[in-house]
Design a protein around this ligand. Structure first.
Ligand SMILES: Cc1ncc(C[n+]2csc(CCOP(=O)(O)OP(=O)(O)O)c2C)c(N)n1
Length: 668
C-alpha cells in the first residue's frame, strides 16, 4: 500500500512523549519480521522451508513487549512471535539456519521452527505443548525474585493455549507467590480452526485475572503505541513492586494456523475487519501523516532489510547440511556431570531409610545455597512423611516452599529455576501424582539439554511402592514411565546408606534425576550411615551377596524380598544385584554376574509388561546368550492396578511367586 494515498488511519494513536527515534525504531522493528515472513512464504512455496506459522498482523505485540523489556530480562515466546527474536537482534542467518535444521541454528538440527531457547539472548522458546511455558516463566521469575535483581519476565500464549490446565496452575502459582511475570495472551480469534466461542465461555480472558487475584488489562494488540506505552508503564511498576499481571491483547490471525491449513473456515468479513487494523500499515500511515517518516525513508528501510534478509539467507543456504554422528547425538542427552565425589566418612549412626533421606537432603541444601525444595505441605508441616521437618527453620521460606496442588506448574517452574541457575528438589507427595506433572517432566526436563543445551538441574523425589495397603493411587512404583524416556536419570535405592549418598549425588548432578523412595522401606529398614555429607556414583549397581549358582537382579523393595527368600530357603550361593540406579543401567555388573552363574532371575515390584525386568532380560539374551544354562526368568506384579485389601495386594505383589520361581530355576 502506498502510504501517501492510503485512506484513514484506523487507530487513535497517542504518541505521548515518545521521541521520533523511538517511533521510527518501533516501525522498523515491525517491518523486519513482516518482510522476513513474506520471504518465508515464498520459500515455503519453493519447498525451501518445511513449515511456517505466521504472525503477520500480530507484530505489534511481540515488538512492543520486547522493546520494553531490558535485554537481560527473559522472554518466553510462542510460535507467532518472530518479532521477539528480531527485536532482540539475533543475526538472521542463525534464525534461517535454525529453520533449515543447520548447525548455525540453536538446536544442532534437533528441533524445528521456534522450538529453541538461547541464554545468549535471554529467550526461552516453546515446546509444542503450549501450556507449560507459563510455569517455566514462573520459575524464571522466582529465580529473579530470589536473586533480588528487580527483573521481570514476559511469557506468551494464544487464547487457545489458555484452556490447558498448565496455564491455570501457573497463573495461580504466580499469584500466590507474587512472581513478576507479564502473562501475555494474544487473543487472535482462532486456535487452529476453533473460534473463541468454542474455546472459552467468558467475555474477556482478562476477566479471569480477578479469579486468580491478579491485576489484568485488555490492550489493543494491533496498536503498537498502546502496546508499548501500557506495557512500559506496567513493567516499570512491576520492577518496583513485583507481582504478576495478566494481559489480553486483542488481535487477529490473518493467515492459516500454519501455511498449509489455510483460512477457509474464517468468515470473509472478519478478515476484512481486521485487515484494516493492520498494525504495520496503520503505524506507517500515522508516522507519515505526522511527518516523521517519508516515502523515501520507507523505501530505504525496506531496501536495507531486504539486503539483510538476502545476505543472511545466502549464508544459511551455503551452510552444509548436518551430518549425523552417533557419538555426538548420544553424548548430548545429558550435560557433562562434574560431580565432586565426596567419600563417605568413618563416623556412622544407625538411621532408618527415611532419616537417611532427610539427612542427605538437609546436607545437600547446606552445601548448595542455590538449591531449594518445593512440594505440597513440606514447609511448616514437614511433608506427609516428615522428611522436610525442621527445614523451614533451617533454610527459611524462600528455600522451603509449600506449593499449591499443581504438579505441572511446579515441575515447569523447576525448569525455569534451572534456567536461572538454581537447583530444585521437588517432592511429589506420592510418586503416583507425577501423572499430573507428566508433561513438563517428559517434554521439558528430559529433552531440553538435547534440544538446546539447557540442562534441567532438578531432582524429583518420588515416594512410591506398595505393601502399605494404600490402593491404586498411592502405591504405584512407576519408574518404567521414566526409564523409557531418554534424558532422565532414575535412581531407586533400597538401603539408608545408598539413599543418602545417591540423593546427595542427585542434587549435585546437573541433570534431571527421578529419585524413588519406597514408602514401605522408610521406617522398616535401618543401617549404619556416615553422619557427614557424601556422594555415591549414580549408575553403579551394588553386589550385596555373592555366589556361583544363580544371579538375582532387583531393586527397591525387591532387594529385601530377595534377601528374605534367600534366608528362608537357606540359599547362600547366589549373586544378589541391587541395581540402585535404573537409568543409566549398570549393564557391566549384570553381564559379569550372569556370565559367572549362567542362571538369572529378575524381580521387579511393578507389573510385568514393559517394565525394567523385560528390558534387562532382552539385554542379557542379546549379550550373554552363550553363557546361559537356563531360561531367563522375570517375576513381577500382576497386570492389574494395585488393589487395597491385604490379601488382594499380597496376591498382586510378586514376593510369593519369586520364591517358587527361584526354586525352579535353581533346580533347572
Ligand atoms: C497440548 C497440545 N495440544 C494440541 C496442540 C496442537 N496445536 C498447536 S497450536 C494449536 C492452536 C493454538 O491456538 P492458540 O493458543 O490460540 O494460538 P495461535 O495458534 O492461535 O496463535 C494447536 C491446537 C499442541 N501443540 N499441544
Amino acid at each position: 500500500m502506498n502510504s501517501q494515498t492510503a485512506p484513514t488511519i484506523h487507530f487513535d494513536y497517542d504518541r505521548k512523549n515518545i521521541d521520533n527515534a523511538t517511533l521510527l525504531s518501533l516501525y522498523k522493528r515491525m517491518l523486519k519480521p513482516r518482510m522476513i515472513e513474506e520471504k518465508m512464504l515464498i520459500l515455503l512455496r519453493q519447498g525451501k522451508v518445511s513449515k511456517w506459522f505466521s504472525g503477520i498482523g500480530q507484530e505489534a505485540i511481540s515488538v512492543g513487549i520486547t522493546s520494553v523489556l531490558e535485554n537481560d530480562e527473559y522472554i518466553l515466546p510462542m510460535h507467532r512471535n518472530l518479532g521477539v527474536f528480531t527485536t532482540r537482534e539475533i543475526p538472521l542467518y542463525r534464525l534461517f539456519s535454525q529453520w533449515q535444521g543447520k548447525a548455525n541454528g540453536f538446536t544442532k538440527g534437533r528441533d524445528r521452527s521456534f522450538h529453541f531457547g538461547t541464554q545468549e539472548y535471554n529467550i526461552i522458546g516453546m515446546i509444542s505443548h503450549l501450556g507449560p511455558q507459563f510455569g517455566v516463566a514462573d520459575g524464571i521469575a522466582l529465580g529473579n525474585l530470589l536473586k533480588k535483581n528487580n527483573k521481570i519476565t514476559a511469557v506468551f500464549t494464544g487464547e487457545g493455549g489458555t484452556s490447558e490446565g498448565d496455564i491455570h496452575e501457573a497463573l495461580n502459582v504466580a499469584s500466590v507467590w507474587k512472581l513478576p511475570v507479564l502473562f501475555c495472551i494474544e487473543n487472535n480469534g482462532y486456535g487452529l480452526s476453533t473460534p473463541t466461542s468454542e474455546q472459552y465461555n467468558c467475555e474477556n480472558l482478562a476477566d479471569r485475572g480477578k479469579g486468580y487475584g491478579m491485576e489484568s488489562h485488555i490492550i489493543e494488540g494491533n496498536n503498537i503505541l498502546e502496546v508499548y506505552t501500557k506495557v512500559k508503564e506496567l513493567a516499570i511498576s512491576m520492577r518496583k513492586d513485583p507481582r504478576p499481571i495478566l494481559l489480553e491483547f486483542k488481535t487477529f490471525r490473518m493467515r492459516g494456523h500454519e501455511e498449509a491449513s489455510g483460512t477457509k473456515y474464517v468468515p470473509r468479513e472478519l478478515m476484512d475487519d481486521w485487515g484494516i487494523k493492520d498494525p504495520l500499515l496503520n503505524f506507517e500511515k500515522f508516522l507519515f501523516a505526522e511527518g516523521i517518516l517519508s516515502e523515501s525513508e520507507i523505501e530505504t528501510f525496506k531496501e536495507e532489510i531486504k539486503n539483510e534478509i538476502d545476505e543472511n539467507l545466502q549464508l544459511a543456504f551455503d551452510e552444509p547440511v548436518i551430518e549425523a554422528s552417533l557419538s555426538i547425538e548420544l553424548g548430548d542427552v545429558f550435560k557433562d556431570n562434574e560431580v565432586n565425589e565426596v567419600k563417605p566418612g568413618n563416623t556412622t549412626e544407625e538411621l532408618r531409610l527415611i532419616d537417611a533421606i532427610s539427612q542427605g537432603l538437609r546436607q545437600a541444601m547446606e552445601k548448595h545455597d542455590n538449591s531449594l525444595v518445593m512440594g505440597q505441605d513440606i514447609a511448616e508441616y514437614g511433608g506427609v512423611f516428615k522428611i522436610t521437618e525442621g527445614f523451614l527453620e533451617a533454610f527459611g521460606h524462600d528455600r522451603v516452599r509449600n506449593t499449591p496442588i499443581c504438579e505441572s506448574a511446579i515441575v515447569s517452574a523447576a525448569m525455569g529455576l534451572s534456567i536461572t541457575g538454581f537447583k530444585s528438589i521437588v517432592e511429589m507427595q506420592f510418586a503416583d501424582f507425577v501423572t499430573s506433572g507428566f508433561n513438563p517432566v517428559i517434554n521439558h526436563l528430559a529433552k531440553s539439554q538435547y534440544r538446546w543445551s539447557q540442562n534441567a538441574d532438578v531432582v524429583l523425589r518420588m515416594p512410591c511402592g506398595a505393601g502399605v495397603g494404600a490402593g491404586p493411587f498411592h502405591s504405584q512404583t512407576n519408574e518404567a514411565w521414566f526409564t523409557h524416556t531418554s534424558g532422565l536419570k532414575v535412581v531407586y535405592p533400597a538401603f539408608p546408606y545408598d539413599a543418602k549418598g545417591l540423593l546427595c549425588a542427585a542434587v549435585e548432578d546437573p541433570n534431571p534425576v527421578l529419585f524413588f523412595e519406597h514408602k514401605a522401606l522408610y521406617r522398616s529398614i535401618r543401617q549404619e550411615v556416615p553422619v557427614d555429607y557424601y556422594t555415591l556414583p549414580i549408575g553403579k549397581a551394588a553386589i550385596i551377596k555373592e555366589g556361583e549358582d544363580v544371579t538375582i537382579i532387583t531393586y527397591g523393595a525387591g532387594v529385601h524380598w530377595a534377601l528374605e527368600t534367600l534366608e528362608l530357603l537357606s540359599i547362600s550361593n547366589a549373586d544378589l544385584i541391587d541395581l540402585r540406579t535404573l537409568a543409566p543401567l549398570d549393564t557391566d555388573a549384570i553381564y559379569t554376574s550372569v556370565k559367572k552363574t549362567g542362571k538369572v532371575i529378575i524381580l521387579q515390584e511393578d507389573s510385568m509388561f514393559g517394565g525394567m525386568a523385560s528390558d534387562i532380560s532382552a539385554l542379557i539374551s542379546e549379550n550373554c546368550f552363550e553363557f546361559l544354562d537356563a531360561p531367563i526368568i522375570r517375576v513381577a506384579s500382576l497386570e492389574t492396578p494395585i488393589p487395597f485389601a491385604t490379601k488382594l495386594e499380597e496376591q498382586y505383589l510378586p514376593k510369593a511367586r519369586f520364591m517358587t520361581e527361584l526354586k525352579k530355576l535353581i533346580a533347572y
